[in-house]
Design a protein around this ligand. Structure first.
Ligand code: NI
Length: 172
């Protein structure tokens, strides 16, 4: 297993709706997930969606411990989430700076729902059902957007809210 090449914004596969996973616990799925974790770790990502490594399936992973790319972010448990369904809770929105391994070097200020419930399955097909808020909720929304062909710059209210990391955060 190994870190794989991450597709960059502009690659048509990133704009496709990914397919549901139909079989759990297969060697192919396990290999995909291992490659996704290797890729995310190699690039210090907070999360990764399968389409970002060229596999158009509804699989996302995320994990935030202390992450140099997100120094102020709270921890998010290591999660494999397959065929996710999001239920946005309440109307409260929160702005936050996001980055994406498919949009290297840039950050954008994106408004996301503050609370949500997400359901789906782990790699063995065991159900996951969590209600989360804040950064955890942001990560889930960002990663699940990838499965519907949405990159965070498409969510910006104003293109001026997009910029290069070293210009926006010169002290990082
Ligand atoms: Ni992303």
């Amino acid at each position: 297993m190994a870190a794989r090449k991450v597709l960059k914004m502009g690659d048509p596969l990133l704009y496709k709706r990914a397919e549901e996973v139909r079989e759990f616990g297969t060697p192919e799925l396990d290999a995909l997930i291992r490659d996704m974790f290797d890729t995310m770790a190699a690039l210090n990502g907070a999360g990764l969606a399968a389409p970002q490594i060229g596999v158009s399936q509804r699989v996302v992973i995320f994990e935030v411990q202390s992450n140099p790319r997100y120094p102020d972010a709270e921890a998010v448990p290591r999660t494999i989430l397959i065929n996710p369904v999001l239920e946005l809770l309440g109307s409260e929105m929160e702005d936050g700076w996001e980055g994406c391994l498919s949009v290297p070097g840039l950050r954008g200020l994106v408004s996301r729902h503050k609370r949500l419930r997400y359901r789906g399955f782990d790699e063995k097909g065991k159900p996951i059902d969590r209600t989360v808020s804040d950064f955890h909720a942001r990560v889930v929304q960002h990663e699940c957007d990838h499965l519907d062909g949405i990159l965070y710059p498409m969510r910006l209210k104003d293109i001026r809210l997009l910029g290069f990391e070293d210009a926006l955060f010169p002290d990082l």
